[in-house]
Write a protein that binds this ligand. Structure first.
Ligand SMILES: Nc1ncnc2c1ncn2[C@@H]1O[C@H](COP(=O)(O)OP(=O)(O)O)[C@@H](O)[C@H]1O
Ligand SMILES: [Mg+2]
Length: 253
């Protein structure tokens, strides 16, 4: 079992273990994320980041341990309960595909039309408000293809926050993006925290981006968290894997 949960934690991952066909992927993860903070889970590909993320949203069940979100055990929830619970979570996945045949406004409004009985005028107002959070204005009538890559990412976030979640999860938000678009996505993540006060979890192997946006960085290697702390401390760590991993970006000290 992991450490006991703290009431200030929005997300508490406790003693999480998961194997696939006898191959251990998560080997006992303990991770606590305070309300309103941004935590970047940093690690190489195949280190178990997405598997961890899927446990946080309840898509995978642990072999051992649990995930507690806002005081509730996500790991023991059934399907119906999870569906209701996921209202509190906004997800921005790598592909974060928008519907190309729909306008930006309809894309962002989609979760409201699917899950709520809000009136059309309430929906339009909410769409405008969330697009403004990500610094997009008067784009409702445009189609995704008319926007830049960074703007499309922002539309994806506007859609993820349209139901006003307390938590936003991002899986590899900057992977494969050029430096300018990466910068724009980093700004978007910072804005979401500042304007919405959400708790954010960013899964990433982008070291530069992690040090830009994180309140705390957790480094994962082969299913174990080897380092966790504020960026300035992680930067100075003596932990061998983290030092080696960071050297690929910062160079050797
Ligand atoms: N559903 C699954 N079944 C079997 N193996 C899986 C499954 N999901 C992930 N894995 C394995 O777990 C390891 C970690 O994967 P993943 O969490 O996706 O890595 P990443 O850190 O790149 O996101 C990989 O070896 C992957 O092949
Ligand atoms: Mg992944």
């Amino acid at each position: 079992m992991g450490e006991p949960a703290n009431n200030d934690d929005m997300i508490s991952v406790q003693g999480l273990k998961k194997s696939f066909s006898g191959f251990p992927v998560l080997k006992g993860i303990d991770l606590h994320m305070a309300r309103g903070t941004t935590t970047v889970v940093l690690g190489g590909s195949g280190s178990g980041k997405t598997v961890l993320m899927k446990h946080i949203i309840g898509l995978l069940k642990p072999d051992e341990g649990q995930v507690i979100i806002d005081g509730q055990n996500v790991s023991t929830m059934g399907r119906a309960e999870l569906n209701v619970f996921r209202e509190r979570m906004g997800m921005v996945f790598q592909g974060a595909a928008l519907f190309d045949s729909m306008t930006v406004g309809d894309n962002v409004a989609f979760p409201l039309r699917e899950h709520t009985k809000m009136s059309e005028s309430e929906i339009m107002e909410r769409v405008k408000e969330k697009l403004a959070v990500v610094d997009l204005h008067d784009v409702e009538q445009k189609f995704p293809a008319e926007l830049s890559g960074g703007m499309r990412k922002r539309v994806g976030l506007a859609r993820a926050i349209i139901r006003e979640p307390k938590i936003v999860l991002y899986d590899e938000p900057t992977t494969g993006l050029d430096p300018l678009t990466t910068e724009s996505v980093d700004q978007m993540i910072l804005m979401a925290r500042e304007k919405l006060g959400v708790t954010s979890v960013v899964i990433s192997h982008d070291i530069g981006s992690a040090f830009h946006i994180a309140d705390r960085i957790a480094v994962i290697n082969e299913g174990v968290i080897v380092e966790e702390g504020p960026p300035a401390e992680v930067r100075k760590t003596q932990e061998p894997f983290t030092r080696q991993f960071l050297a690929t970006w910062f160079g050797r000290a």
